[in-house]
Each structure stands twice: as C-alpha cells, then as structure tokens.
Design a binder for this molecule. Structure first.
Ligand code: FAD
Length: 452
C-alpha cells in the first residue's frame, strides 16, 4: 500500500512537471518545448531518408526559428542491410536497432513515437494514432512495404523480411520447423517442415537463402541428430531467368554458382501463383510442400503515399521534381522508397536503396532551409558507388563504381568492412563485431525468441 502511494506521488510529480507519459495509448501531456511562432517541419519516417533529413535540418539551421519533429511508429532506426542476419541468427536483434531519441537529443530535433494514419494535404496536417500534427513543411520518408502483386493468399501464408519483427519471426519459424521435424514421424509432413522456400531472388532473397543454408547445415544440424543433411532443402524460386536483376552479369553468374555449390536449389523462370499453409503452387502447376515460405519478391511504396497529390507509378511511388517536391506543393518533399525520382538523362526512376534515401534526405533538409531563407533550391545529387551482396559464410560479390568486381573471400571482407563502417552507433558496431566473431567460431543465436 505504501509503495502504491509512493508510485502515485511520483506519477503526479511527473505529470505536474509536464513530462510526457503514455498510458495505454493516451498522451497525457506535451512538453512546451516549441516556440509558438516556429516554422513547423514534420518529417515522417525515421528510416534512412527521414533520419538524414532530420539530422540535416537540425544541424544546418542557422538561427531560424524552426521546430523539427521526426515521427515514427517505432522508437528505433533499423539497419536493414543486415536484417537477414537477424533472421538467420548471425546478429542479435538489438544490434541492428539504434535509438532515435539518442540521435534526437544529440542533434537537436524532437521525436514522437506515433503511427501515421492519414496525410491531410488540404489542411496541412498529419493524422496519427495520437492526434493531429500540423505542419508548414512536410518531408515524407515512410519507405515501402512488401509487394504481393495481388497473388492469391500470399500475404496470409508467407513470411516477409521488412521489419525487425519479421527478422525475429523468420528465425522463430525456422527453429520451430526443426523442433517439429525432430519429433515428426510422417515422411510427407517431415519433408514440408524441412523445405524452406524463398520466393524472389533479388538481393534480399539471395542473401537470406545463402545465410539460411549455412545456418541449417553448419550450425543447426549438429543440434538435431535425428535430422539427416539430405532432408534439408533451401529453395530460391524466381519468376525471371536470373537472380539479382540489375547486378553485373559476370557477378550474377558467380553468385549463382556459389549458391548452387552450397546446396541452395535455384528455380528460375518459375512464377509463383499461390501460397497455401501446406506450400507453394507455381504457375506451371507444380506444388512444393513447405511449412516455411518467405516472400522477398518486391516492394511497393507505403500505402499512405496514396494520400498525396501527384502522379503515382505502378509500384505506388509518387513522382517528385528534381528538388524532391511533389508537383504543385512546394512545401511537401518525398524521399527514399516512397518517391519516384528520375535523374536528368535517365529514363527510369532511381532504385529503392539506402544510399539514395540518405542523399535525398540531405537534399530535402537543405531545400526546406533554402525555402525558408528565400534561396534557390538545389537538385538531388547522387553518385552510384556500388553494390554488395553477401553469399553466406566467407563469400560475397561486390561491384564498385561500375568498374571493380570482387568475389569470394575478399568480397566477403569488403562486405563486412563496409557494413561495419555504416552501422549506426559504436555500441551496435561492437555488438555486431562480437556476433560475427561468434559466427566464425560456428555459433549463432538459436533461441526461439518468444515469451509464453
Ligand atoms: C531486408 C532488407 C535488406 C536491405 N538491404 C539493403 C542493402 O543491403 N543496401 C541498400 O542500399 N538498401 C537495402 N535495403 C533497402 C533500404 O532499406 C531502403 O531502400 C531504405 O531503407 C529506404 O529508406 P526510406 O527512408 O525510404 O525508408 P525506411 O528506411 O524503410 O524507413 C521508413 C520508416 O517509416 C516508418 N513508418 C512506416 N509506416 C509508418 C507509419 N504509418 N507511421 C509511422 N511510421 C511509419 C518505418 O517504421 C520506418 O522507420 C534493404 C531493405 C530490406 C527490407
């Protein structure tokens, strides 16, 4: 009783001090941190694009009365390039998540954890699950979602790899499949449990497939003596005639050979037209029994982009001009996976990737400041540096500046060096380094992360 009274006292003191407290979804108080005359810049999404925009705005403002508010449904920034390693036990989930409030405090912008529900362009406000947020300038960086291409029941019966929860979910499903196979006597059911199908052999599918095969064959088999190596199948099913569309031909050939040598079954020219709980149906009528189907076949813009004016592509991305504004709305900038930006001289929009989102975040941030100062805006500048795709243990394909091509162990070192360097936060860098060291010694995270 005494403890309860002390608790109530502390809570009232916090409330009186104007501390923000979220109790079962309701916001009790908002701190009066913002001057009433400030220009309100709202950045939606704390991924690669949004973090870059908020940082630029906060660090390059120069005496302007500016309130920079970053909004995201989660309070951490996710480092997606190594998310597949969370799914395959190579990296601890916490090590790919960086706290946004830490960055906000250090760089000088505000953060609000809310889910955006609607963008009301006419009234210049964003509706969230915590109420409406008015804006003078809006930077939209809400990223993309998995594209299921309207194919039957795919969403219901397959796993995806976009969020940290997805990464943990895949890891749990793989481990569950092995636990169930361990006690399963029926050969058909056992076959489905030990067949892992990844649909879509883009960069994510290739990295996930290679690493999953390594996890199963080099780590988990030792722990499940009832499972024979020949029972385990990892399949990469791709609709077109090659893996990693857009990557250099010779490197694609090398990657395909490496994966096949590793034992990944690659099915090219095999569109999938249905996914059921028992497995996958291909367009040519084949049924592949599988208890674990992971869909990495494509992305489309966040559905909230539909609220914005302007022309949208088939993938839902909205066209922006070379300064990243939505045509006819000079105070709205769209960046990253949500935007379709065509560089001068190009025919197709830039692809959806992290370096482009970061570059666009910088440009959008600077352009808001230019607009406030009455200066001319600047176009997006982006120079393609290269691409790196990991092929599991000790192997990767790397292409730099369209000229340098590296494969094998050296490629793997380069892959690790680049992503180690790009990881946000020293704590995460050291954590990943430790995870990788354990991985080299043959240990991965193999707990099903689930609380009863
Ligand atoms: C598994 C995987 C691997 C990848 N590997 C690479 C790679 O190796 N190299 C590379 O360059 N790119 C890679 N990418 C692509 C890269 O992650 C994206 O291109 C990049 O993140 C796009 O940045 P963005 O800011 O547009 O969106 P994101 O970084 O996706 O950020 C969007 C943010 O919006 C938030 N959000 C979404 N909806 C709402 C809502 N309704 N309310 C509030 N917040 C919301 C999300 O929580 C998220 O924080 C990978 C992507 C994935 C999924």
């Amino acid at each position: 009783m005494k403890n309860a009274l002390v608790g109530v006292g502390v809570l009232s003191a916090l409330g009186a001090a104007g501390v923000v407290a979220r109790v079962r979804g309701s916001r009790m108080a908002v701190p009066a941190l913002v001057s009433p005359n400030a220009n309100r810049v709202v950045v939606l999404g704390a991924g690669f694009g949004g973090m870059s925009a908020a940082r630029t705005l906060a660090t390059q403002k120069d005496g302007e009365d500016l309130d920079v508010l970053l909004v995201d449904r989660q309070n951490f920034h996710l480092f997606t390039p190594i998310l597949y390693q969370v799914a395959t036990g190579g990296v601890t989930p916490d090590n790919v998540a960086h706290p946004i409030r830490y960055v906000a405090r250090n760089k000088g912008f505000r953060f609000q954890e809310s889910t955006v529900e609607r963008i009301d362009v006419e009234n210049r406000q964003v509706h969230t699950d915590d109420g409406a947020i008015p804006y003078d300038y809006l930077v939209v960086a809400l990223g993309s979602t998995t594209n299921f291409f309207g194919i039957d029941a795919v969403q219901e019966h397959s796993l995806t790899l976009k969020t940290l929860g997805d990464g943990i979910g895949i890891r749990n499903r793989v481990l569950d499949a092995l636990e169930r196979a361990d006690v399963e006597q029926d050969p058909e059911a056992r076959r489905a449990l030990l067949t892992f199908v990844i649909v879509g052999a883009g960069y994510t599918g290739v990295e996930l497939g290679s690493s999953l095969r390594d996890l199963l064959m080099t780590v988990l088999l030792k722990d499940y003596p009832t499972i024979r190596p020949e029972e385990i199948r990892v399949m990469l099913v791709e609709a077109v005639g090659r893996v990693m569309t857009g990557f250099d031909d010779s490197l694609v050939e090398s990657a395909t050979k490496t994966m096949r040598e590793k034992g990944v079954e690659i099915r090219l020219n095999t569109p999938v037209n249905r996914v059921e709980p028992e497995g996958v149906y291909t367009a040519d009528g084949e049924f592949i029994p599988s208890a674990t189907v992971i869909w990495t076949a494509g992305v489309r813009a966040n559905a909230l982009i539909g609220d914005l004016p302007g022309q949208k592509g088939r993938d839902g991305r909205v066209s922006v001009n070379n300064c990243l504004q939505v045509e006819g709305h000079e105070n709205i900038f769209v960046i990253g996976d949500s935007a379709a930006y065509v560089m001068p001289g190009d025919e197709r929009p830039l692809p959806a990737n992290a370096p482009i989102a970061i570059a666009a975040g910088k440009t959008a941030g600077k352009n808001v400041l230019h607009a406030l100062r009455g200066e001319p805006l600047e176009p997006l500048k982006y120079r393609r540096e290269g691409q790196l795709v990991a092929l599991g243990r000790n192997n990767a394909v790397v292409e730099l500046f369209g000229k340098v091509k590296v494969t094998g162990l050296l490629g793997w070192f380069m892959w690790r060096a680049v992503y180690f360097y790009k990881l946000t936060g020293v704590k995460n860098q050291l954590g990943v380094l430790l995870d990788w060291a354990f991985g080299l010694a043959g240990t991965r995270e193999t707990n099903s992360l689930r609380t009863p």
